[in-house]
Design a binder for this molecule. Sequence first.
Ligand SMILES: [Zn+2]
Length: 259
Amino acid sequence: MVPLRRPRCLATPAGIQLPTAPEYINAMSLFAIILFVGTMLISLWAAARVKSVYRRYSQVPASSRATGAEVARAILQRAGISDVEILPHDELLGDHYDPTNKRLVLSTHNFHGNSVAAYGVAAHECGHAIQHQQAYGPLHWRMAAVGATNFASQIVMWLPMIGMFTGILSWNTASWIMAAAWGVIMLFNLITLPVEFDASARAKRVLAEMGFIGTDEEMTGVRKVLDAAGWTYVAALITSLGYLLYHLLPLLTGGRRSE
Ligand SMILES: [Zn+2]
């Protein structure tokens, strides 16, 4: 057996072949480690940042006394939207606009609060409702891609395990399926960016125009909260692009990963 640790003397004893570096770590598994650790760090950083920025600005009251729900109602009214329900929800940062049921869901803190963060989030979700009303292209592409993306997410979760334990798929077939599934997820994350950045841009504009945000400090808070949220979508795109390349590049270059 070849000893795993290099002998102390530099001379290689006869008959023993020392393993070379590539045998220990080939390029693709090194790429896999960097990809796994790197994308996890980016995602953790983005999630931690959104939480800390939100926590900070949810303590800063806006000069207007209106609650987040009232701000949302006023913004929707101004846009001529009367069929969207505004509801409170317990989940922290679980705020979203549900286009299927026309519901604008705000976490209780944002629904009842009048913080700079609550205004930013409420106006951002209104931005999605307005996109929906105006048939904003990327929002509709994103809605159309939800089913395929959920299916692709199941594939990337289960296929490696099924492949590993059953061996029914060849490396080539499994890699093409994984690349296709990550491709779908990557495209979904790509069209999410204009949807999210557009909703945030609308939010900043409308809060200033309607006078809910008066001072520069308040606007800085709104901008920081929305920008921090935007980074989580960028992190998701980087992650899916990384995994897509990881599966696709060996197929395109003909370089099979050693298992
Ligand atoms: Zn959004």
